[in-house]
Design a protein around this ligand. Structure first.
Ligand code: NAD
Ligand code: 89V
Length: 342
């Protein structure tokens, strides 16, 4: 099979993980990179030995003609870049948050559908191996039918030094981090018919909300999705997502430090489901880094098989609608809203 030739746009803070992830997948190479910032472009090119460097995305895509493009820029640039890729019939991966508005997100999905090119949102948290382990136990029926769930991410880690833009926007935690937790809730419990949300800003040095508590109605189950960057704990757990599920026949807990507990009619068992530390990864980011490699492998498999990625653009519209509905609910003092109307 000939090598899959990729191109990457955006050589910032997170793209380094994406470059490492691609380097670890047999049969894929990144042929060219692009960033408007020449220093970042040069640094990334030197670090990964990429000679073909561009400051203009169109020039890169037209000259290089990649088999796919990986967009690692922040949300305001996504629509123009995804539509550019679609116009050139290049399959495209786009980082989360997919778009700053539902209109932009729908336009990107429509552009790729019209062009007949695959579109995957890099919504990687559900690909963390501890979360996949929880999903498999649930799907296998070990605790019967889930009727309650909690997806929780609470931390006081300084995310602002690596990603200064997180402190600057009117929106913060739901859009940046809650979006992952909401997607995990969809992954585990299915789509959502109602949501209510409350938010707070605890850290006075940032602009947006850094705490959010959301209540979701799924078919047959209720879940709580809560996230905070203002929670000072005895042990800092960044960036672990903790999960609780109660089912008709038992329960699952993904606790601190990846301790999995499953209780059902057979008793209770414990398992350490720590993610592997990939050779290029660094604690504490290694669970996220592992999920980057996992979602990229999923993309390569889907491209080869001609199947739709789990977190396709169309699928991600539902996660993004939860984000929009959560902000609308919080602005309304916690009213209950149907995300399908967003
Ligand atoms: P960043 O600001 O550090 O990097 C973005 C880069 O894109 C910058 O270097 C900028 O110059 C470049 N860029 C922007 N528009 C461009 C354009 N039109 N053409 C060429 N280059 C352009 O941002 P970051 O922290 O790396 O985050 C990037 C995205 O990744 C964000 O959407 C963020 O939410 C997401 N992210 C995802 C995860 C995850 O686990 N999935 C983790 C962190 C960040
Ligand atoms: O995954 C993310 O989107 C990151 C972080 C984990 C820091 O919130 O921005």
């Amino acid at each position: 099979m000939s090598e899959l030739k990729g191109a990457l746009i955006g050589c910032g803070f997170f793209a380094v993980n994406q470059m490492h992830g691609w380097a670890g997948i047999d049969g894929v190479s990144i042929a060219a990179i692009c960033d408007r910032d020449e220093t970042r472009l040069r640094d990334m090119g030197e670090r990964f030995g990429i000679e073909r460097r561009f400051t203009d995305a169109r020039a890169m895509l037209e000259e290089v003609g990649p088999d796919f493009v990986d967009i690692a820029t922040t949300a305001p640039s996504h629509r123009a870049l995804v539509e550019l890729a679609a116009s050139l019939k290049i399959p495209v991966i786009c980082q989360k948050p997919f778009a700053p508005s539902m209109d932009d997100a729908r336009a990107m999905v429509a552009a790729c559908a019209k062009a007949g090119v695959p579109l995957m949102v890099h919504e990687n948290f559900r690909w963390q191996s501890p979360i996949q382990a929880v999903g498999k136990i649930l799907k296998d029926g070990a605790i019967g039918k889930a009727f309650f769930g909690r997806v929780s991410f609470r931390s006081a880690y300084d995310v602002y030094s690596g990603q200064p833009y997180l402190a600057e926007g009117n929106r913060f935690i739901i859009e940046d981090l809650g979006i992952h937790a909401l997607d995990i809730a969809r992954f585990l419990f299915g789509d959502v018919s109602a949501i209510t949300a409350r938010t707070a800003r605890i850290n006075p040095r940032i602009r947006g909300e850094d705490v959010a508590t959301m209540l979701l109605a799924h078919e047959g189950a209720t879940s709580v999705v809560d996230c905070s960057y203002a929670t000072k704990l005895e042990e800092e757990l960044f960036p672990q997502t903790l999960i609780e599920i109660d089912g008709t026949e038992g329960s699952i807990r993904l606790g601190a430090n990846y301790r999995l507990t499953v209780t059902n009619g057979e008793g209770t068992r414990h398992e350490d489901v720590s993610p592997p530390l990939l050779p290029w990864a660094e604690r504490p980011w290694h669970n996220i880094q592992e999920s980057v490699a996992a979602i990229q492998e999923h993309w390569v498999r889907c491209l080869a098989a001609g199947t739709e990625p789990e977190t396709s653009g169309a699928d991600n519209l539902k996660t993004l609608a939860l984000v929009e509905a959560a902000y609308a609910s919080a602005a309304d003092g916690g009213g209950t809203l149907d995300p399908n109307g967003f």
